[in-house]
Every structure is written in structure tokens, then in C-alpha cells.
Write a protein that binds this ligand. Structure first.
Ligand code: UD1
Length: 420
């Protein structure tokens, strides 16, 4: 197993290129199941979750040719419709194949993902919506077994809660369904928007893209001709490196980024005293003289992303005063708190709210990554901790950050990947 050995630094300086978004790549790779042609996807990040999904597709019979940041997927020879436990247990987003497989083949089995470190994360809303579309669903031996012998039918779906992968799943199911599907209370995340835009350009008319009300005109089983496209920049990776600039009081420039997707994050960094100057595809952060405390409530897009909560919590340990961070999306997403406390952070947890008293001097020690974004919070803390921090279990980090240690090393961080 790999771990990261990190030493505190005075400052960082330079430019970081942002990779394609993991959370956009996953549904868009699953979407290739709806295609009749070989589909080329460009600007994929090198992260474990993408490899896992490509392996899942290969197990089903698809061929996936990878070259650098691009992949060409041919799903014409899919002969299997079962996503097995060994893959789904490593990546919950495997559930994204349920909608497209069911709508193309009329049957699909996907292992139930189970709980995870940040909370229960049920998939009841995905299943309820598919049932409304005419699917018959049973849960047996830990698997969702879905059939739609007469195909899926368009209908009006109202999500009780906004769900990102749920919206993506149902949009893909609706793409080949008979008739029109409407989704009320749809997710508006940029990653869902890109999925809708690509489908819309491939023969599935979708109205309301980027709003909470989507109308999808199904093709009634006709497979799609999907042109090559490029994945949007990863807004969470970008936000994490902006926090690296803010916490180390460094000027950093990010390139190949989409500033429009980072509104809530940039606004909180400015509230904390940093300056963020933006061009069409770059952001430069100039540090605050003294970081100010902040109040954050995580919300669905365009609100403050839950995937940036852990990183801002690390940042708040270096702010001068009391910050309050409330997690509204996942019930257990504060696992990084106890590790940060071991580094000297003064954080109290009360239900879904963390109160961070800064500024505290952090000191390096051995810490354990507990989930993807929690891992990057520990890296941020390690950048300003005195002495050496060893971050273990970084397989969590590798699920979603492309070459994190190389990118940070490139701007002056002292960070090394080693074997346990
Ligand atoms: C996606 C992102 C993840 C991000 C999250 C919230 C991907 C691959 N992952 O996860 O990085 O943290 O959005 O922005 O894009 N819920 C239900 N029933 C369901 C589905 C969801 O109760 O059937 C609840 C969840 O438990 C959670 C909330 O809805 O409390 C939002 O979850 P959801 O948007 O579905 O998260 P994911 O799509 O799993």
C-alpha cells in the first residue's frame, strides 16, 4: 500500500493544470452503453474510479482502448448485464450502469453498493424512478435485479431529494425510453449538465438543461450516434488546489479550469480574505494577509459543494477566529475531524456542524485517510504542519485525484509517495 510523506513548507509558487472531472467522466463513460458507434472521450483524469468503471464495462463485453487522457469505448459486443459485487464494492458510482443497461437490454443486475464511510447513501430514488418508468425491480442476494421486458416508458418523475447520480441514471434510462420523461427536482451540477448536453447533441432532445426540471424525449430504443467529446475540468480538484494556495499563503495559478463552476468556492475564499482573479480558463489565487473565519453550509449546486467541505475545514484551522461548517448532504462526513485533531486542530463536532477555532499550529504525525475528500484535507493540513506527516491509506485519494503529489511537487511542495 502507498502512503504520502509530506513536510511543511513556507510557500508554494507556480501553475497547476487541472484534469478532467472524475464525476463528469463516470456518467459519460456509462452513457456509451447507449451508443451504436465507438465513442471517443477526451481529457479523462488518470484516477482509479475511471479504471474501475472501464473494467466493469470490459467485464460486460465492451472494448475500451485507452491512450493518454483519451479512451475509445465500443459497447456493441456487450453480452453481460450484471455488475458484480467485487467491482461495485470499490466504487458506488457503478450504479450508473443500471439506467443505460436496463434501457438498452431490458434487464440488468447490479450489486447493492451498501454503506460507505460518509454515510448510508441509499439508491432508493434511482429504483423508485425506474419502477415509475415500468421496470420491475427485486432485491435478491444483495443484487438489484431489474427487468423491463416491454421497454421503459416516459413518465413524470419528482425526486424527493436532489440526487446527482440518480438524475444521471434516470436521464440515461429516459434517453432510449418510449415517450417523454420529465424530472422535477433534478440535480443541476455541471457534470449532469455535460451529460445532458452530450445526449442532446446525439439525438436525444433534452429541454431545461441546467435547471431543476428536465424534459427528455426518448428515442424508443433507437441507439445513439455519439461524436467525440472532451470532459469538463474538475471543479473539486481545482477547489482543492485553491485551498492549497490559501492555506500556505501562496500565489498559485490554475489553468484548464472552468471558473464559472466554482462560484460558491471562490466566494468563500474571498470571504476568508484571499483574492481570486479569473480569466476564461484560469484562476490565480493571491493569499490573504490573515485568513478570516468563515460560515459554510454544504448544499446542492450551485451552493457550496459537500466535496469541498473537508478541505475548507482544514483551511479554517488556519483562520483567525471561529469558523462554523455545517454538512447538510451526508450524515457522517466528518471522519477527517479526528485526524485533524491529532495534528493539533481545535474542532468541536455537534451533530452535522463543526466549529473550528483557529488559528492553531498543526504538527506532523501519522494520519489515516478515510475517504476521498478527507484525504485531500489531510494533505492540505500537512502542507502547513511542522515536521513530517505520513498520510496512510491514500488509495482513497487515488480514486479521484490525478497525480496529486506530482502536481503539488511541481509548485514546491515536499511530498513523496512511498510504499508501506
Ligand atoms: C455525487 C458525487 C459525490 C458528491 C455527491 C453530492 C458522483 C460520482 N459522486 O454522489 O462526489 O459528494 O453527488 O454532491 O458524481 N440519496 C437518497 N436516495 C437516493 C440517492 C441519494 O436518499 O436514491 C441522498 C444521499 O444519501 C445524500 C443526498 O441524497 O444524502 C445526495 O446524494 P447524491 O446526490 O445521490 O450523491 P451521489 O450521486 O452518490
Amino acid at each position: 500500500m502507498d502512503y504520502l510523506k509530506t513536510q511543511g513548507v513556507d510557500t508554494l509558487n507556480g501553475t497547476i493544470k487541472i484534469s478532467g472531472a472524475k464525476n463528469a467522466s463516470l456518467p459519460l463513460i456509462a452513457m456509451t452503453i447507449l451508443a451504436k458507434n465507438r465513442v471517443t472521450i477526451k481529457n479523462l483524469p488518470h484516477v482509479a474510479d475511471i479504471k474501475t468503471l472501464l473494467k466493469l464495462l470490459s467485464n460486460l463485453g465492451a472494448s475500451c482502448e485507452i491512450s493518454l487522457e483519451n479512451v475509445t469505448v465500443d459497447t456493441s459486443k456487450i453480452h453481460e448485464t450484471k455488475a458484480t459485487y467485487d467491482i461495485v464494492k470499490t466504487m458506488r458510482a457503478s450504479i450508473l450502469v443500471l439506467g443505460p443497461i436496463l434501457s438498452r437490454f431490458g434487464h440488468c443486475e447490479v450489486s447493492l453498493p451498501g454503506g460507505c464511510a460518509i454515510g448510508q447513501r441509499p439508491i432508493d430514488l434511482h429504483l423508485k424512478a425506474l419502477e415509475q418508468m415500468g421496470a420491475q425491480i427485486v432485491i435478491e442476494s444483495g443484487y438489484v435485479q431489474a427487468t423491463a421486458p416491454n421497454g421503459l416508458k416516459g413518465c413524470n418523475i419528482i425526486f424527493d431529494k436532489i440526487t446527482v447520480t440518480g438524475t444521471a441514471n434516470i436521464v440515461m434510462a429516459a434517453a432510449l425510453a418510449e415517450g417523454i420523461t420529465t424530472i422535477t427536482n433534478a440535480a443541476r451540477e455541471p457534470e449532469v449538465v455535460q451529460l445532458c448536453e452530450v445526449l442532446n447533441a446525439s439525438g436525444v432532445t433534452i429541454e431545461g438543461i441546467g435547471t431543476a426540471m428536465l424534459t427528455i424525449h426518448g428515442t424508443n430504443g433507437k441507439l445513439l450516434e455519439i461524436d467525440e467529446f472532451s470532459i469538463i475540468p474538475d471543479r473539486i480538484e481545482a477547489g482543492t488546489y485553491l485551498c492549497a494556495g490559501a492555506i500556505t499563503k501562496s500565489k498559485l495559478t490554475l489553468t484548464d479550469v472552468e471558473p464559472k463552476h466554482l462560484g460558491a468556492v471562490l466566494s468563500k475564499l474571498e470571504e476568508m480574505g484571499c483574492k481570486c482573479s479569473v480569466t476564461e480558463k484560469s484562476i490565480t489565487i493571491s493569499p490573504a494577509d490573515e485568513l478570516q473565519p468563515v460560515k459554510i453550509i454544504t448544499q446542492e449546486y450551485p451552493g457550496f459543494p459537500t466535496d469541498m467541505q473537508a478541505q475548507f475545514l482544514a483551511l479554517a484551522t488556519q483562520a483567525n477566529g471561529t469558523s462554523i461548517i455545517e454538512e447538510r448532504l451526508f450524515e457522517n462526513r466528518f471522519m477527517h475531524v479526528s485526524e485533524l485533531q491529532r495534528m493539533g486542530a481545535k474542532i468541536t463536532l455537534n451533530g452535522h456542524t463543526a466549529t473550528v477555532n483557529g488559528k492553531t499550529k498543526l504538527s506532523g504525525t501519522d494520519v489515516m485517510a478515510t475517504d476521498l475528500r478527507a484525504s485531500s484535507a489531510l494533505v492540505l493540513a500537512a502542507l502547513v504542519a511542522s515536521g513530517e506527516t505520513n498520510i496512510h491509506r491514500i488509495y482513497h485519494l487515488d480514486r479521484g485525484y490525478d497525480s496529486l503529489e506530482k502536481k503539488l511537487e511541481g509548485v514546491g511542495a515536499k511530498i513523496q509517495r512511498l510504499k508501506e
